[in-house]
Design a protein around this ligand. Sequence first.
Ligand code: IMP
Length: 454
Amino acid sequence: MTMVSRTGYADVLVGLQYGDEGKARIVDHLAGDYDVIARFNGGANAGHTIDAPGGALRLRQVPSGVLHPSLSLYIGSGCAIGLADLADEIAMLASRGISLRGRLIVSDRCLLVQPAHVARDRDEGGGVGTTGNGIGPCHADHATRMRGGMRVAFQLRDLVADSEAVFRHLGKPDTRVGMDAGMLTNSSGIARMRAAWRTVRGFVTAEPDHLLRRVEGGARVLFEGAQSVLLDLTHGEQPWVTSSHTVPAYAYVGGDLPCKYHRKTIGVAKAIVSRVGAGPFPSELGGTRSARYCATAAADRGARHREAAHHEPARLLASDDAFDIGSALRVLADEYGTVTGRPRRIGLLDVAQLRMTMRQHGIDEWFLNKCDCLAWFADTPRQAIPLFDGAPHGAAEPAVREFAAFRLDALPQGREDPLPPQLDALLHWLEDAVSCRLLGIGLGPARDQLRFLY
Ligand code: IMP
C-alpha cells in the first residue's frame, strides 16, 4: 500500500551580499506558493521595503508576506524583538487596512530588546556602524546568562509569565551606560514598552512546536532571512557583522523547525552592491575614500536630501574617478538605509565573492535585483559594465571584466518584450560563472518589474 504524505516542507531565502538586496520583494512574489512566511533572525535592525498598492510598505520585524491575506506570518525564537517598534509596525499596517489578527504568531522565546540595550548600542556601536537598535547588547546579555544585577536577557516568555516584575526590573538603571542612556532606561523607554506589550501580547505563542505542527499538517513555509550571509556573526568578518546568524542553516534553529523539512535554498543578490556600516568591501567604488565619506555622512540625518540637491549624477558618471561614479549610482539607485537613512557605500558586483558564498551555503537558485541600474554604466567614460571578479592567484590587482553596455530605454516595457541583448549575454555569463540557476531579475522597484527567466 502506498502512503500519501501530507507533510509540508520549508524553503529558506537569504541575501547573498551585505543586506538590502531586495529580499522582501522576492518574498512578496513567491509568497503565493507558501502558507507561512517566517523570520528566524534579526530584529528592528532589518529594513524591508515592498511596493504596495497604496505606496511602499517599510517593514522591520513583520515578515514580508503581509500583502497576502491568506498567509500566516511567524516570528521565530532567533529574533530579538524591539517591542515598541513591533507595536508601531502592527499599528502602521492596520492603518493601511492590513490586519495581522489571527495571522501573526510570535515565539515567546524571542529575545526582548531593552531600552538599556539600545542605549548601550548607541554608546558603543559606532565603530562597527550598527543600526543602533540594541541588537548586539541584547544577544550579549543572552549569551552571558546572568540573572543577577543588570546582566539580564529577558525573553517574551518572561513578560507572559510575570510582566509587572519584569517591567520593574527593566526600570532599574544600568550603570554601564552614561546619564542620558540611564534616563532612557528609567522613563520613556519603559513606558513605551508597557504600552507596546498590550498590543503585542495577543500575538505571542508559548508553544515551541507551533510551526512544526503547521508543517506536520501540510503547511509550506518560506523562511525569510534578515541582514545577509556576509554579515553573519561567525561567518562574516568580525567585528563588522551583526549579532545573529544570517546563514540559511540557522533558519532551523531560529525558526523552530527540524531541518529534516528543508527542501531548497534561494539566494538574492543585487547587480550594484551596497554596504552600510564599516567593514571590508573589496569592490567598493572609491575604496577607502567612499568608506570614510559614508561613515561621516551617516551622522547627518539630511544626507539623502543634501546629495539629491547637490549631486549632479550625469556629471559624476562622466568622471574618471570611481568615487564619483559610486556617488552618482547611490543617488540614481536610491541607495540609502531603510531604517537609518544612511548613505550606503556602493560597489561593483563581486562575482568571485558571490560564487564562494553560493557554494558555501548551498544555494539552489537565485535572483538578481537592480539589473536596470547597470544601464547607468553606458554614461561612464568606458561605456562598459564592469564586474569585479576577485584577485587572480598571485596578482596584485583584482580582475575587472567589462561587458557591453545598454541604455535605460532599451529595457523592456512589457512582459513579452525581450531583454537588451547585452544584458542577456551578461546574465548568461554570470549564471555559468556561479554555476547556479538564475530564476529571475529585477528591472525596477515596481511589483511588475520582476521578470522570471524560467
Ligand atoms: P546591527 O545589526 O545593528 O548590530 O549592525 C551591525 C552591522 O550590520 C552594521 O554594519 C549594520 O549596518 C549592518 N546591518 C544590520 N542590519 C542591516 C540590514 O538590514 N541591512 C544592511 N545592513 C545591516
